[in-house]
Design a protein around this ligand. Sequence first.
Ligand SMILES: [Zn+2]
Length: 498
Amino acid sequence: MKTFAVVLALLFSVLAFADSASNQNTNRVWITDVIIVSPESLDHIGKGSVLIENGRIARVERSKKAKKPAGATVVSGKGQYLIPGLIDSHVHLASVPGMPFNQGEGKQKMVEEYFKQLPRSYLYYGYTTVVDLAVVDRQVLEDFRQAPLHPDLYDCGGSLPFANGYPMSFAPPAVRFKPFPNFVYDAKQADRIPPEYKPEDHTPAADVARVKSSGAVCVKTYFERGFAADKHLPVMGPDVLAEIRKAATQDGLVLMMHANGFEAQKFAAEGDVDVIAHGMWHWGELDKKTELPDEIKRLLDKIVEKRVGYQPTIQVLYGELAYFDPEYLKIDAISKVTPKEMLEWFQSPEGKWFGKELNEDGAPDAAILKDYEQGPLRRVRQVVTYLASKDANFVFGTDTPSSPTYGNLPGLNGYLEMKQLQKAGMSLAQIFRAATINNAREFKMEPQLGSIEPGKVANLVLMKKSPLESVDAYDSITTVWVHGKEVPRDSLAVNSNR
Ligand SMILES: [Zn+2]
């Protein structure tokens, strides 16, 4: 009998413990008296309340008189706007802005500080979900996920460059294959591929299978003949893209293609990719046309009609221009997302190395700005204006950082991209949908993310201004909820007492 009693007592104490533990986890928060702005109901925006329970949205009340649920902590959103957490579906977490791979040596501590701040910088600007398009250093992604506070992270695994093509072409031939284990074999280039790589291991199907088994949600490939005068990189044909398309469909992966010119986007659209991962700033032979040419309009119509996801990534160009814009490093917000030592390095002559590389002829800053304004920036804006007028399927992605530039800083770059999109003719509603529901849909996360609806993850952002009235709203954030955990924005900035 005695033993039984002990067992029973033990059982009760276990149950009691379990109960108190679950009570502690029952994080019930009632955000009330707030203006709810959610993409599925932009036509009836009004005051309401949202109940968060155990990291999920449990209830959304759109009447003013809704009663506070028992046991909930109340957060007043009076005078503020509540939106779903933002999604940036084009980032490169392992690339450090302003820094080439080899310069990281001797700057270990600076780089460590940067990576510690990285997830916080995204959250500081309201990004609670990011998608990494090309995994080159899985450890960086693991560390990101282990950080005490971080956005949800999805990825496309190792990307699929065409053999010796972009971007493996940046590395010398002897070392360019190892970092791209999913490159696509090309029999015509057999003499330029090291013999240890067997054709059968690098078919589109084998590559996509590896991406799938790595836990990825998407596949990333490229169509890029090269830059400036050097446009001789090998590119895949439609047959190869068709095989990648077929394998991606079978594995339920979103197919994304790097394509920033007319020829490349035509190739991407005809090959039925899901997302074109850049704006069209190169028009090839049509570059000098001042009006949007009809043949480009026809392609854009097709992109709209097929509902291809479109990421304008205008900040890619500003990533380069930042070195020639004397105002850029003076932006206050840079110190919120960049650790002090790194910011000082950006300001040093050594830290501006990339700018020198971009401007080997030493042209005056103003001349470079003008060239961009009249060339690629003008063209990408004309394309975005046209796509916006047809309400294309914009999906928000920044390509942060798009090159080793300090002009693309995590979080802040998203805010700057939104300003660019507005300037290029997208409406505030289009920008808002692109960064929330469109991304969630495109990446099959809609059951979990992208709007303020019961059952979804409680990734929420509270802001002082309406995102439908000014783009500045995205810099008026006061609080971010990450899986129901309330985080004051200020605490996410560099040097706050975390
Ligand atoms: Zn990219």
